[in-house]
Write a protein that binds this ligand. Structure first.
Ligand code: CDV
Length: 305
């Protein structure tokens, strides 16, 4: 049985505050059709792909915040995406803001799901590394209130048996932490999908603004190599509500090589054939974990803060 997945990375250009979910879904359906024409069978969309990146604003009323969240998935706005995926036999990964009401308590997560070619949700991940701040900080040109609007994900980093391989997920800031990928790598992840919204301007260290694209590829390429896995990183890019977001959507091989990369800051599709068996080139050699890891010397890494 072939272990090759033809993967499409579907970068989205900006989504304005006024743009409806249906409009964003239509853009994603167009990219899915283009992916099908290129024989892809798995497509990856960005973090919080249904709306503008709302943590850049401070909202006082919870009702205003909740407008950006989905209470169920699929729902009326996203059903057409699921139907198209089913029709085209296309698996997908997408990020959205999730509102889960459990025993009357409202939980807010920055979530991604893995959907099989049958249109069935087979995996869910809730973002663990939430960047930014909790309170309004007037000195910033724009806010980054993920720590205020979301709870830390409670599902851990899991690998899902799907699409004929071992698939992991993480979201945006998670990619900067080697622990994210090592926990997925230790479970044998062969392909990791992640979406991101990364502003060019980092208010705490503006002297690093020119390094944003470099840091994006640096962490993804090293994580792919060090864990012998394919990585698909997908941006929401371009100038969104006066905030510039990096692009750099890419597909990276287990050797750390960049095999495809978006060149624009708009809606753009790239495709690459990912042979999951190529993970062995790394997993059975230089990073053969069972042969070469020395976990007794790493205990500090998992010690509490
Ligand atoms: N959406 C994000 O998680 N963005 C962060 C920014 C704030 C640094 C990122 O790591 O790209």
């Amino acid at each position: 049985m072939t272990r090759k997945i033809k993967v499409a990375a579907a970068q989205l250009g900006p989504i304005s505050r006024e743009e409806s979910r249906s409009s964003a879904v239509n853009r994603m359906i167009s990219l899915m059709r283009e992916a099908k024409k290129k024989d892809a069978n798995f497509i990856v969309y960005p973090e919080l792909a249904l709306t503008t990146f709302f943590p850049r604003w401070y909202f006082e009323k919870q009702s205003e915040i909740d407008k950006f969240f989905e209470k169920e998935m699929p729902n009326e706005a996203t059903q057409p995406l699921f139907e198209e995926a089913y029709k085209l036999k296309m698996g997908f990964n997408i990020g959205y803001a999730e509102l889960q009401i459990e025993d009357g308590i409202h939980h807010h997560y920055n979530t991604a799901i893995l959907v099989e070619k049958t249109g069935k949700i087979v995996g869910k991940y809730r973002k663990i590394h939430l960047p930014g701040h909790e309170e309004f900080e007037p000195w910033r040109p724009f806010q980054h209130l993920e720590k205020r609007y979301f709870e830390t994900g409670n599902l851990g980093f899991k690998v899902h048996q799907a699409l004929g391989g071992k698939i992991g997920m993480c979201i945006c800031n998670d990619r900067r932490w080697p622990e994210t990928f090592r926990v997925l790598g230790l479970q044998g992840a062969e392909l990791i999908a992640l979406g991101y919204n990364t502003p060019v301007h980092y208010p705490l260290a503006p002297e690093h603004d020119h390094l944003q694209d470099f840091h994006n590829h640096l962490v993804l390429q090293s994580a792919a190599y060090q864990n012998g896995t394919w990585i698909v990183g997908v941006a929401k890019a371009g100038e969104e509500e006066k905030c510039d977001l990096i692009g750099g959507t890419c597909i990276i091989a287990p050797t750390g090589e960049l095999v495809a990369e978006c060149k624009t800051l708009g809606d753009e599709l790239i495709v690459a054939e990912c042979d999951l068996d190529r993970c062995k080139e790394i997993k059975e050699n230089i990073f053969n974990f069972s042969l070469h890891r020395e976990p007794q010397n790493y205990t500090l890494i998992s010690a509490p803060k």
